[in-house]
Design a protein around this ligand. Structure first.
Ligand code: NAG
Ligand code: NAG
Ligand code: NAG
Ligand code: NAG
Length: 330
């Protein structure tokens, strides 16, 4: 009885001793974790050690992360993990480096080149665990290759390459017209802007304007910007503009005008009331500016009789108002 009780007590003490001496899984601070080899263990023997390491992107700033289990208690953890900092990059000649987010792990440095320089390399570099992840780019002075030549024209100066902001000027052969920009400039990204012009053949046909007379100006061939002046003949009125300029599309500008008759044609239609052998009426032209002359003369042959006469006046193919009417003995 006594011996049995003692035995149970000894077992209990033994279990207590064993369990009491073990440590449970230790918990680290922020931004750190147990090394992989300890992660799956639940209990740790007396005297055993474990190590903490900083999370990716964090750097240990104090002591190592090793702790020891002594009589069920872990020794104090000294490790402190701070976000890794890559620090500033070197300067880029003829360029600028900026850190909009900062210089810590995951932050990006942006590199831009001064005007006239082009970036060779990456314009964005990320801070990694072991420092910046890419090499610094360089800023190289912009250089343009010789621009393309043009048909019926040429450019100067002629060189193998051109520096930033250098200007090339085009000209056209005789009788050709330059269409586009006369000058192009070497821009930042090694290209000339705007694109080269072209030399085109501009010729406007001599205008044909019925009932107009040439007054002054260019004689054929009419080239770009040639100007001619026309007026309408007497008795005609201009619809449009009499001064025309030859545009780059070989068209007159503004459009070719028309000369419209400014006369009013009046016709007389007479109906005879009695048998008369023959009737003729004169046709009159009345100037628009003076419509007062509305007298008509009709000649009646062989007999004299009453007539009803209608007078129609027409201007520019349209009848003017109502026909007027008269009756009389002729
Ligand atoms: C050159 O720069 C202009 C803007 O300045 C851009 O539109 C164009 O795409 C660039 N060309 C090349 C080949 O990079
Ligand atoms: C002039 O150049 C412009 C732009 O390249 C083009 O659209 C136009 O058709 C050209 N004009 C003529 C008359 O060739
Ligand atoms: C219009 O006709 C009247 C006669 O009917 C004449 O006296 C006048 O001078 C004319 N005016 C013009 C502008 O021709
Ligand atoms: C009216 O017409 C007639 C016939 O042509 C002409 O003799 C006369 O002078 C004209 N009168 C006016 C005022 O124009």
């Amino acid at each position: 009885m006594c011996c049995k009780l003692l035995f149970v007590l000894i077992i209990h003490c033994f279990i207590y001793f064993i369990i009491g001496q073990q440590c449970s899984k230790p918990v680290g601070r922020q931004n750190m974790q147990l090394k992989d080899e300890y992660i799956n263990k639940k209990t740790f023997e007396d005297g055993s050690t474990v190590a903490f390491v900083c999370d990716v992107g964090y750097t240990p700033v104090q002591d190592s992360g090793v702790i020891t289990c002594t009589a069920g208690i872990w020794s104090p953890l000294q490790l402190i993990c701070e976000r890794s900092n890559c620090g500033s990059l070197a300067e880029v000649p003829n360029g600028q480096v900026s850190y909009p987010q900062g210089t810590q792990f995951g932050d990006k440095a942006l590199i831009t080149c001064n005007t006239g320089y082009k970036l060779v390399g990456k314009s964005e570099i990320t801070c990694g665990t072991q420092g910046w992840l890419d090499r610094l780019p360089t800023c190289e002075v912009a250089k343009c290759l010789q621009p393309s030549g043009i048909a019926n024209g040429m450019f100067s100066p002629r060189k193998e390459d051109y520096t930033y902001r250098e200007v090339v000027e085009y000209s056209c052969n005789k009788d050709y017209t330059l269409n586009g920009s006369k000058q192009i400039t070497c821009e930042e990204n090694d290209t000339f802007k705007p694109s080269p012009p072209s030399c085109i053949w501009v010729e406007c046909k001599d205008p044909v304007i019925p009932n107009a007379v040439y007054i002054d100006g260019s004689r054929p061939p009419h080239r770009h910007k040639a100007t001619v002046i026309y007026n309408c003949k007497h008795g005609y009125k201009m619809n449009g503009q009499g001064t025309l300029t030859c545009d780059i599309n070989s068209q007159w500008y503004p459009r070719i005008p028309e000369c419209i008759s400014n006369r009013i044609y009046c016709l007389v239609l007479c109906i005879l009331t009695a048998a008369c052998s023959h009737l003729t009426c004169s046709e009159f032209l009345c100037l628009e500016s003076n419509q007062s002359n509305k007298s008509f003369t009709c000649f009646i042959h062989e007999c004299s009789c009453y007539v009803y006469c209608y007078i129609y006046c027409v201007f520019n193919s349209k009848m003017l108002g109502e026909p007027s009417y008269s009756m009389g003995r002729m």
